[in-house]
Design a protein around this ligand. Structure first.
Ligand code: ADP
Ligand code: MG
Length: 242
């Protein structure tokens, strides 16, 4: 499980995460909502060890990500899919997916490829294994990105606005895959503006405001009519985003 305790992150003079506390249990889908610049990506990057903390502590399965051994263990436990299509352009979809399993997990090539093909089939891209990223649509590339993350057999999937650069139709394709993963019990931390989708797949919703985690509620409670002041403010924020 992922545990963030009193996490602080500073960039120069700016405190962009302020004593953030978050726990993600196995099997949960936690959605992080918040305005642009509220610190969502920074929190994800702290969890996967891409940023060093200015204060507090993050452990993944008990491993402190601020230690070298802990970081290796945490990176092994989680895989991240980012907003932009960060596939290697000179490699086929299949090679993008098999690279890390072969290099890092030391899987035999044939086994890594068989698994990659099974993942591509699962996301409806079985016929595109040999395509290069520029031959794929944005939505297809993002689905390859999800396969690449899953190929590392992570216990946690971190997803940072994976649909925000996609048109509605492609967004639907990617969200369908994520809904299936959630139904299979994949643990996810999901940054999104797709509020209706978040409502559908999340077990919990947290809301960041200027680096502060001001709401952390079970999804049903978050959307309850009498959710209280914090929730009313967030609804106001969400209605302005549409
Ligand atoms: P979000 O993902 O919610 O839009 P971010 O986590 O990207 O927000 O950013 C939070 C704040 O931290 C913003 O004010 C942003 O400008 C700042 N920030 C993010 N990364 C850096 C960085 N590498 N250097 C300086 N400031 C940064
Ligand atoms: Mg962001």
């Amino acid at each position: 499980m992922i545990v963030a305790e009193n996490v602080e992150k500073r960039f120069g003079d700016a405190l962009v995460l302020k004593r953030v506390n978050l726990r993600v249990e196995p099997g949960e889908v936690v959605t992080i909502l918040g305005a642009s610049g509220s610190g969502k990506s920074t929190l994800i990057r702290c969890i996967n060890g891409l940023e060093t903390l200015s204060g507090g502590k993050i452990t993944v399965d008990g491993h402190d990500v601020s230690t070298k051994a802990g970081l290796v263990a945490a990176r092994r436990a989680s895989a991240t899919v980012f907003q932009l299509f960060n596939l290697y352009p000179h490699m086929t979809a299949l090679r993008n997916i098999t690279l890390a399993p072969i290099e890092v997990l030391k899987l035999p090539k044939a086994e890594a490829e068989a698994r990659a093909r099974a993942l591509l089939d699962k996301v409806g891209l079985g016929a595109h294994a040999d395509a290069y990223p520029q031959q794929l649509s944005g939505g297809q590339r993002q689905r390859v990105g999800i396969c690449r993350a899953l190929a590392m057999q992570p216990r946690y999937l971190l997803l940072d606005e994976v649909t925000s650069a996609l048109d509605p139709e492609m967004t639907g394709d990617v969200l369908r895959i994520l809904a299936e993963l959630a139904a299979d019990g994949t643990t996810m931390v999901f940054v999104t503006h797709e509020i209706e989708f978040a409502r559908h797949i999340s077990s919990r919703i947290v809301f960041l405001e200027q680096g502060e985690l001001i709401v952390d509620l079970p999804t049903a409670q978050f959307f309850a009519e009498d959710g209280g002041l914090a929730v009313r403010r967030i609804r106001q924020f969400l209605s302005k985003m549409k």
